[in-house]
Write a protein that binds this ligand. Structure first.
Ligand SMILES: [Zn+2]
Length: 280
């Protein structure tokens, strides 16, 4: 069934970080949930505002409701990086169970003020809210932040932000980068330790999960990361698979057969990552 991020955190405390996978097109969605089902793990399906507009909020909500009931697994439907409060309200009205307001480019007080509007609204919808303090580098839904412009989360800002907004989760900048797939990130574990020790009540969120080595990922999870975002790897792998199948297709080749290998690859990634996010 559909659950809020908060509920998933509570049910999985001490067991695992929860994988949050970006759906890029509707075709890959059943494969994502089937991957989670295979491990009986919960899953967060997240959309960028761009994907949400492309597929439609109502279609996303109803297909995820249908699939989660069919497979009997817990799913949170989350809006990733959104700077529009109005769009987040629409998403929650449509049935999203979690949203991220991204005010990371604003000064901290303005970020707090806007995020508070979202957390207040979310309460009336039983939805959860993720905020962001610090700037995670890389590209996200067309917006590019260069690595030099990425700013580590300042702990004092983060504590104040959590206290004053009442968010359920907070994205922290500890050295990962969006869209990183060619090399691996250098994580600031000292900062992670400081943040997780002082913010036990909220879920820390790791963005840019594709660029983190397995070893570092296990360390991040054991040191308190509760939600891990995986987006780039899904997009990249889907393209790799359809490039292979479409290149030899004729106009009469079954489209289904061209997409199946890509869908299967998505399922494998969800299984592999969800295993990685389990606490030993
Ligand atoms: Zn992100």
């Amino acid at each position: 069934m559909l659950k809020s991020l908060d509920q998933l955190f509570e049910e999985n405390e001490g067991k695992r970080a929860i994988g949050s996978f970006n759906v890029h097109c509707l075709e890959m969605l059943p494969a994502m949930l089937e991957g989670a089902k295979e491990l009986n793990a919960p899953i967060i399906i997240q959309t960028s505002p761009g994907t949400a507009e492309y597929i439609g909020l109502d279609l996303l909500v109803s297909s995820i409701e249908t699939l989660s009931n069919r497979l009997e697994i817990n799913v949170c439907l989350h809006m990733d990086h959104c700077k529009s409060i109005d769009f987040l309200k629409k998403a929650m009205d449509a049935g999203y169970t979690s949203v991220m307001y991204d005010g990371s480019s604003l000064d901290i007080d303005e970020n707090i003020k806007n995020t508070k509007i979202v957390t207040d609204y979310a309460k009336s919808r039983n939805a959860s809210v993720e905020g962001e303090v610090g700037t995670i580098g890389g590209a996200e839904d067309g917006m590019v932040v260069s690595e030099e412009d990425a700013i580590y989360t300042h702990p004092e800002d983060a504590y104040k932000f959590v206290r004053e907004t009442g968010v359920d989760a907070i994205a922290v900048a500890i050295g990962t980068t969006h869209g990183q797939y060619k090399s691996k990130a250098k994580i600031n574990f000292e900062l992670l330790a400081e943040l997780s020790t002082n913010m036990e009540a909220v879920g820390l969120v790791l963005h840019g999960g594709t660029g983190v080595s397995d070893e570092d990922m296990r360390k991040c999870v054991s040191q308190g990361m509760k939600k891990v975002n995986v987006g780039t790897e899904l997009n990249k792998s889907y393209i790799e698979e359809v490039n292979k199948t479409f290149s030899s297709a004729t106009p009469l080749t079954s489209l289904r057969k061209l997409l199946l290998p890509a869908n299967n690859r998505i399922k494998d990634i969800v299984i592999e990552k969800s295993k990685l996010f389990q606490l030993m």
